[in-house]
Design a protein around this ligand. Structure first.
Ligand SMILES: [Zn+2]
Length: 391
């Protein structure tokens, strides 16, 4: 289930001539001109967008999108008046860097049991790092002998870039690579993300990695400069979104927490109610311990990330953190039950949500005519939702 960059390309090729249609790439990365591959399923008037690996260290999001596509194909799932737009890897250069680093370690093991044990050890070390504030990060130590040499020779520009960037960061931090090939984090790549000089990532697992220079994770790019230009990958995504009418949902899949982010919200009552109901439908079939994924809401708080901007501008944007088990990129693969539950329940959640889009629209119309934008908004929607679900 851990697919490296090249394995993913073969899987994408295999979609050809099925009900998944490949279109021209949405764009190309700036260093090696890797394509941002793009597929559609169905041809209805309502559009659903599915994004994987905006953060390349969150490889489970691409595993999920691939499994979702296979499930739709194998079970011949039909939706009513829907087109689904898939971007399985929004960040191809980052995905290549991260999965080559993983491959360099996992290729030593031949059995899936050994691979799982290595991933579980990574999970335990990562977990230790999150809950302690040590200078040495145990999960990075597992990759301290890995550097830009793992990038294939036919990607010389990327190889040099990774080498330059890593020279400013701790050994082994290549395994934390969430950014693109230029060391720019594609969710932070927004003028709204303010970083101070010498500031580091907030998480204990990454607080030895600076945010103010190109880095494996967190650097927003030259966004204080008047000439700020969004990265190619985000421009590619924005060009797709701005060309689609009737967007009913944007599922931006990330990796860890078992969380549905629905904040910051648009202040429009219809928009906010629709998004919250969409979250609630998605939540129903998710599994986190004995419960469901949490929905994070907070009316009109600060906009900082690229995804925040998308949520404010388009209806139905949910950022979903898939795995209840932590440890990007491989920790969550250390437990088969976690992986299977995460993938399967999210496939069911996705299908269930899409099948209920008409209902969500109707209920939104009904509820938003009964309530006003005040602090008890979510309680009102919750109780009305319960009543309507019972009918
Ligand atoms: Zn992420």
């Amino acid at each position: 289930m851990i697919y490296d960059y090249f394995e993913c390309q073969k899987i994408f090729d295999s979609f050809n001539n099925t009900k998944i249609i490949e279109h021209n790439p949405l764009g190309y990365t700036s260093l090696e001109h890797l394509p941002i591959r793009y597929f559609t399923y169905g041809n209805g008037n309502n559009n659903i967008v599915v994004i994987g690996s905006q953060h390349s260290s969150e490889i489970i999001s691409t595993t999920f999108v691939i499994n979702l596509i296979h499930y739709l194909l194998n079970n011949n799932i039909e939706f009513n008046d829907i087109t689904i737009h898939f971007i399985p890897i929004l960040n191809p250069e980052g995905y290549l860097i991260n999965t080559m680093a993983i491959r360099s370690k996992l290729s030593k093991y031949s059995s899936s049991q050994d691979i799982r044990e290595y991933c579980y050890q990574f999970y335990k070390n990562y977990r230790y790092d999150i809950y302690h504030n040590d200078d040495i990060k145990l999960h990075q130590v597992m990759f301290e002998d890995i550097d830009s040499r793992i990038i294939p020779e036919n990607y010389p520009i990327l190889k040099d870039s990774v080498s330059d960037i890593l020279s400013n960061h701790p050994k082994g931090s290549i395994i934390d690579w969430a950014s693109n090939g230029k060391g720019i984090d594609l969710n932070s790549n927004s003028i709204n993300k303010i970083v101070n000089s010498n500031e580091t990532n907030k998480s204990n697992a990454y607080n030895n990695i600076r945010l103010d220079i190109p880095s494996p994770i967190g650097y927003p790019g030259e966004n204080t400069n008047i000439n700020f230009k969004q990265e190619n990958e985000i421009e590619a995504l924005n060009s797709l979104l701005s060309n689609l009418s009737n967007i009913k949902s944007i599922f931006n899949y990330h990796s860890t927490g078992g969380i549905i982010y629905q904040r910051p919200e648009n202040n429009d009552l219809y928009h906010l109610t629709y998004n919250y109901l969409l979250s609630k439908f998605y939540q129903e079939l998710t599994i986190k311990n004995d419960s469901n994924y949490n929905i994070i809401v907070e009316k009109a708080n600060k906009i900082t990330s690229v995804n925040d901007v998308i949520r404010i501008n388009y209806l139905g944007d949910l950022l979903i953190e898939l795995s209840p088990m932590m440890g990007n990129p491989i920790g969550m693969f250390g437990d088969n039950t976690n992986i299977e539950k995460t993938i399967n329940s999210n496939i069911q959640s996705f299908i269930y949500t899409i099948n209920n889009i008409d209902k969500i629209i109707n209920v939104t119309n009904h509820i938003s005519s009964l309530i006003t934008l005040d602090d008890n908004l979510y309680c009102c929607i919750d109780s009305l939702y319960k009543k309507i679900r019972k009918k």
